[in-house]
Design a protein around this ligand. Structure first.
Ligand SMILES: Cc1ncc(COP(=O)(O)O)c(C=O)c1O
Length: 394
């Protein structure tokens, strides 16, 4: 049976929530490891991880324990004061990266807002004229106004214009063209080293090197949005570790919290303190429970056995899928384009309703998998067989 057009609805128009999400007709009630369970108790193999969030599986015991312990101690104090989980998490993230300071917020878009503000504040502090931010075509940086202005996709921007001024779009595969756009007017280049929503698509080292050199020449910041490609997803804790460059700023969210909402901006010493007291803030930023969850998730993600499993499963899945079409992305950020004759939403629906396997479509003909680092070989083979069947049926 094919599901094309109108999807089976659970609440549909009777829902009390705004209509901005096109939801599938499934209600999930529970999650454990690589599986989601619907309200009737049916298990679904989750190869999407809630859009890249539950990278160590659903309700990982270490995260659940940390959250339970912290909710019994302190849930909120505000940034008028110090709290231990945020400081511990900042120390761990800094120790594992190029950065010297971390700023915490609640989402990927907010992490990018912080980075955009840092870049402009940094230019202001240095007395530089540059306020422009160069982004790449097909980028996705989030839905708030700054992040949306950095997301050059007409369908997402059009209803909300006017946007924030000062964003310029460069081609994502032309290093010379990008370098040519970076000048005295530029305060930052913001890019995803592996684009997520319009791919996945790995940006070439040539382009990253050109961006790094051009930023250095004018004193602009190089900002990597690792909201989706960070936190172990591509085979190293940070995606930049597998590229030829080191950025000045990295933004994180999604898998950072092990399932709880948290975002972070990590910044290098020479720019981190451009955000002076009072320049930026977030009531819930650095929330003790979210930070305790993130601390536990970080321990699991950086466990060498988990990281190695993730790398091996990535290789296996890529190998199992390659006969179906073009496989893109990096590590466990997997794009599959079976060809223009294959309708990706049809494949996704068939997988969900016939095979109980969760992936999504990033375009009319492109599929995306963001499986957990903890996926077993058996689960990977089951998922790949279901995808093969759904693609061949489509
Ligand atoms: C690369 C990237 N940046 C930013 C965002 C926005 O994150 P959030 O939805 O948490 O605001 C996303 C979300 O998909 C993303 O993939």
């Amino acid at each position: 049976m094919k599901y094309v057009g109108v999807l089976p609805e659970i609440y549909g128009e009777a829902s009390f929530q705004t209509a901005n999400y096109a939801r599938f007709g499934v209600e999930f009630a529970r999650g454990e490891g690589a599986y989601l369970y619907d309200r009737d108790g049916n298990a679904y193999l989750d190869l999407l991880c809630g859009l890249g969030v539950t990278s160590i599986g659903h309700c990982h015991a270490r995260v659940v324990d940390a959250v339970r312990a912290q909710t019994g101690e302190l849930m909120h104090a505000s940034n008028l004061f110090w709290t231990r989980p945020a400081e511990d998490l900042a120390r761990e993230l800094v120790a594992r990266s190029f950065a010297t300071k971390a700023f915490f917020c609640n989402s990927g878009a907010e992490a990018n807002e912080a980075a955009i503000k840092l870049a402009r504040a940094h230019a202001t502090a240095a007395g530089r004229p540059g306020r422009d931010i160069v982004v790449l075509e097909q980028a996705f940086h989030g839905r708030t106004f700054g992040a949306l202005s950095a997301t050059p996709q007409e369908d997402k921007q059009a209803p909300f214009k006017p946007l924030v001024h000062g964003f310029k779009t460069a081609p994502r595969d032309d290093a010379a063209a990008l370098a040519g756009m970076i000048d005295e007017q530029t305060c930052a280049v913001l890019l995803e080293p592996v684009q997520g929503e319009s791919g996945p698509y790995a940006i070439s080292n040539d382009l990253l090197i050109a961006a790094r050199e051009a930023c250095d020449a004018v004193g602009a910041l190089l900002i990597f949005d690792e909201v989706q490609c960070g936190m172990g997803r591509t085979g190293s804790l940070f995606a930049y570790e597998q590229t030829a460059v080191v950025p000045d700023v990295v933004t994180l969210a999604k898998a950072l919290g092990g399932g709880l909402p948290i975002g972070a901006m990590l910044a290098a010493e020479h720019c981190a303190d451009s955000l002076r007291p009072g320049y930026h803030g977030s009531t819930f930023g650095g929330n003790p429970v979210a930070c305790a969850a993130a601390g536990a998730a970080l321990e699991v993600i950086t466990d060498p056995a988990v990281a190695e499993n993730g790398r091996q499963i990535a290789e296996l899945l890529r190998d199992l899928l390659k006969s179906l079409g073009r496989v893109s992305g990096r590590g466990l950020m997997i794009g599959l384009t079976p060809g223009d004759q294959i309708d990706a939403p049809t494949v996704v629906n068939e997988l969900l309703f016939e095979h109980r396997v969760v992936i999504n479509a990033t375009g009319p003909h492109s599929l995306r998998l963001l499986p957990p680092l903890t996926l077993t070989e058996e689960q990977a083979r089951f998922g790949a067989a279901a995808i093969t069947s759904a693609v061949e049926n489509a």
